[in-house]
Design a protein around this ligand. Structure first.
Ligand code: MG
Length: 285
């Protein structure tokens, strides 16, 4: 018989919901001051570049007539990245949305709780509709779009969110404080113009209406569909003489170590054979 003061051995109780281990990329992008600083850095450089360009075009009519877009011409290559002439079209900046202007905090929270879950297009489409108030603007993005609009520059969104959920994406952008996005005018989505995930068709349509003075994104595909191939090939072309001068002048990149085209490659893709090192006491040959 147990007395009132008898201690009953307790079986170990598993926690109802174990705290998930947060992937380092999520810690960096959504939780670190370093990522916030990188975002501000990119947006500061973008706004300053646009401001300088407008000032030089106003000061020099010839600069106005020579101006070209940040969008590559149809038929351009990354070896010869000719850009679309601007004519007298009004200025715009084209931004990707996810992890460029918007942080998908609600979706990534759920993803962190389901480690190893593969990408599920239906789940993402559900999120596009349900997550309107569970997103947050990327640090620096609100100030940047406000400054651009104050300079008379139209902010255009070109995203691979679905055209079928356009009204929800318009709401998410507005809810995050990034202003008005209107499908078919300032919001371009996957499915518009019959487009798939490639954005060149939409970019060229935007450049037919506007002088695109800068573009912002978190994937190389936010700048051109021509960035293909292995990780090493993409890295080499991003650093090639015709392309490397675009970064921080016409094309502006936000960090995204959580998902996307950057997160590919095995050890042979990532570490050059002639730079490998093994400690002498490791026992390895
Ligand atoms: Mg993105």
């Amino acid at each position: 018989m147990l007395s009132a003061c008898t201690t009953v051995p307790q079986a170990p109780v598993a926690p109802v919901s174990a705290a998930p281990t947060i992937p380092p990329g999520m810690q960096f992008l959504y939780g670190s001051g370093e990522a916030a600083a990188l975002d501000h850095q990119a947006y500061n450089v973008l706004v300053d570049a646009v401001r300088r360009r407008i000032a030089s075009e106003k000061a020099d009519p010839k600069a106005m007539s020579d101006r070209t877009s940040a969008v590559l011409q149809p038929g351009a290559t990354l070896d010869q990245p000719a850009t679309i002439p601007c004519g007298d079209r009004p200025r715009a900046v084209v931004f990707d949305v996810d992890e460029t202007l918007l942080l998908n905090l609600g979706f990534e929270y759920d993803d962190a709780r389901h480690p190893g879950r593969p990408y599920d297009a239906a789940l993402w489409q559900q999120w596009e509709q349900a997550g309107v108030d569970r997103v947050e603007a990327v640090p620096g993005a609100i100030a940047a779009v406000n400054e651009l609009r104050a300079m008379g520059v139209t902010v255009v969104f070109n995203t691979n969110r679905s055209a079928a959920t356009a009204s929800f994406t318009e709401q998410a952008i507005g809810h995050a404080g990034l202003g008005t996005a209107k499908h078919g005018e300032t919001l371009w989505l996957k499915g518009d113009l019959g487009s798939g995930s490639g954005k060149d068709t939409r970019r060229q349509a935007i450049a037919a209406r506007y002088c695109v003075v800068a573009m912002g994104g978190d994937q190389l595909g936010d700048f051109s569909d021509l960035f293909t191939g292995t990780p090493q090939q993409r890295r080499a072309v991003a650093s090639s003489p015709p392309i490397h001068g675009m970064w921080g002048r016409f094309w502006f990149v936000m960090p995204n170590p959580v998902y996307g085209t950057a997160l590919k490659g095995g050890i042979d893709d990532v570490f050059p054979a002639d730079k490998r090192w093994t400690p002498t006491n490791s026992g390895e040959k």
